[in-house]
Design a protein around this ligand. Structure first.
Ligand code: SF4
Length: 372
C-alpha cells in the first residue's frame, strides 16, 4: 500500500450514482460517468494488506484483492489489470453485478466501513480497456481438440475463453439470438450496459472462439451428434428456469415471472421491440420477491413509467448493522440495503411502508385475486 495509514485517514467513498430522477428517464448505468477514477486510488489505499486476506477467501473467484489494491494505490494500472485477470475473465461484469461478499469479509469491516473492493475492481477493468491492456490473447499453438460449450452466459463465456486460450477449437452454442444469456436478457442495462458484453465477445472472437446463436442443443442440434463431433462438451446452461409460485390465482392475467418480463424490456433496449408487450407503463405493479431479481424488476417498472410499485419481501426487515451472534464477521450478513432501484422506486411506492421504501417486509404471498 502506498500509504500504510490510509485506512485511518481516508473514509470510505463509493462511486456516486446519478440523481434518481435523472436516471429513471434513461436506461444508462446508474453511476456518474467518470466519477470513479478520481476517488479509487485513495480507496484502494485503505486496504491494510492483511496477513490473512479474508476478502480473498470470500470472493468466489479467489480474486487477489490485496495485490491489485496495492497496485492501484501505486497507479500501476497495467499490473493491476494483469493480477485481476489472473483469476477473473470478466471483471467489468463482476465489478458491476457481484453482491461483493469480499467486502463483508474485509478485515476493516470488523469495526469500520470496508474497502470499496468492487469499485476498485470495476475501475481496473474499465481503465484496462481504455488503455488497451486487454488485447485478444489467441493461443500460440492449437491442441487439435475441439470443445463445444452449451450456453453463453458468464460461466459459458469464461469456460470458452479459457479453453480457446489453451489452444482448443471452441464453439459456443446459444439458443437465443444474441450471446450473453442472463447478461444479455436478464440483467437490465441500467446495471450493466451491453457494450461491456459486446467488447468481451469481440475480444473472444478475435481470439478464435466461434459462436452459434439461435441454436438450441436438443432442438436444433442433436446432443449425441454434438458429443460425437467434439472431443468434449461443457454444459453451462443458465438459470432461466424459474421457481413457480404455487398459490391460487397464479394463472390470472397480469401475473408474470421475472424471466418473462425482464427479457422483453431488454429487447426494447436492444431495438428489437418498440414497446414491451408486458410493459408496466401506467400499471400498478407488485413485485413478489425481495432479492436482486426483484430489484431489477422494480427498476425496470419505474423506467417503464409504472403508476405505482410495491415489492414484497418474505423476510423481516433486516437491521443496518451486522447481527454478530447470528452472522458473525466474516460471513455475508443480511443487512438493510437500498439499491439504486429501491431509491428510484421511492416516489412510486404504493405501500404504506416506513422510510419511503417501496418494500413491504415479512410479506408472504397467499393468493392473487382478480376477475381476468
Ligand atoms: S466484487 Fe465479487 S468478484 Fe469482485 S472481488 Fe468482490 S467477491 Fe470477488
Amino acid at each position: 500500500m502506498a500509504d500504510p495509514k490510509g485506512f485511518l485517514t481516508t473514509p470510505r467513498e463509493e462511486w456516486p450514482r446519478r440523481p434518481a430522477d435523472e436516471r429513471v428517464r434513461d436506461w444508462d448505468e446508474v453511476y456518474v460517468p467518470g466519477a470513479l477514477l478520481p476517488i479509487v486510488g485513495r480507496q484502494a489505499d485503505r486496504c491494510m494488506d492483511c496477513g490473512v486476506p479474508f476478502c480473498h477467501e470470500a470472493c468466489p473467484l479467489g480474486n487477489l484483492i490485496p495485490e491489485w489494491n496495492d497496485l492501484v494505490s501505486r497507479s500501476d494500472w497495467r499490473a493491476a489489470s494483469e493480477r485481476l485477470h489472473a483469476t477473473n475473465n470478466f471483471p467489468e461484469f463482476t465489478g458491476r453485478l457481484c453482491p461483493a461478499p469480499c467486502e463483508a469479509g474485509c478485515v476493516l469491516a470488523i469495526n469500520q466501513p470496508a474497502v470499496t473492493i468492487e469499485n476498485v475492481e470495476c475501475a481496473i477493468a474499465d481503465r484496462a480497456w481504455e488503455e488497451g491492456f486487454v488485447p485478444p490473447l489467441p493461443p500460440e499453438r492449437l491442441s487439435g481438440r475441439a470443445v463445444a460449450v452449451i450456453g453463453s452466459g458468464p460461466a459459458g463465456l469464461a469456460a470458452a475463453q479459457q479453453l480457446t486460450r489453451a489452444g482448443h477449437t471452441v464453439a459456443v452454442y446459444e439458443r437465443d439470438d444474441r450471446i450473453g444469456g442472463l447478461l444479455r436478457y436478464g440483467i437490465p442495462a441500467f446495471k450493466m450496459e451491453k457494450r461491456h458484453l459486446e467488447r468481451r465477445v469481440g475480444q473472444m472472437r478475435a481470439e478464435g472462439t466461434r459462436f452459434r446463436t439461435s441454436t438450441a442443443v436438443g432442438r436444433d442440434v442433436d446432443a449425441a451428434a454434438l458429443r460425437a463431433r467434439y472431443d468434449a462438451v461443457v454444459i453451462a446452461t443458465g438459470a432461466t428456469a424459474w421457481r413457480e409460485l404455487t398459490v391460487p390465482g397464479r394463472e390470472l392475467t397480469g401475473v408474470h415471472q421475472a424471466m418473462e418480463y425482464l427479457p422483453l424490456a431488454n429487447r426494447v433496449c436492444e431495438g428489437d421491440l418498440e414497446r414491451s408487450p408486458l410493459s408496466a407503463a401506467g400499471r400498478h405493479v407488485v413485485v413478489v420477491g425481495g432479492g436482486d431479481t426483484g430489484a431489477d424488476c422494480l427498476g425496470t417498472a419505474v423506467r417503464e413509467r409504472a403508476a405505482s410499485v410495491t415489492q414484497l419481501d418474505i423476510y423481516a426487515r433486516p437491521g443496518a448493522e451486522r447481527d454478530e451472534q447470528a452472522e458473525p464477521w466474516p460471513t455475508y450478513p443480511r443487512l438493510y440495503r437500498l439499491s439504486a432501484a429501491h431509491e428510484e422506486a421511492r416516489d412510486l411506492r404504493s405501500a404504506p411502508a416506513a422510510d419511503a421504501d417501496a418494500r413491504l417486509f415479512a410479506a408472504s404471498t397467499l393468493r392473487f385475486t382478480g376477475d381476468e
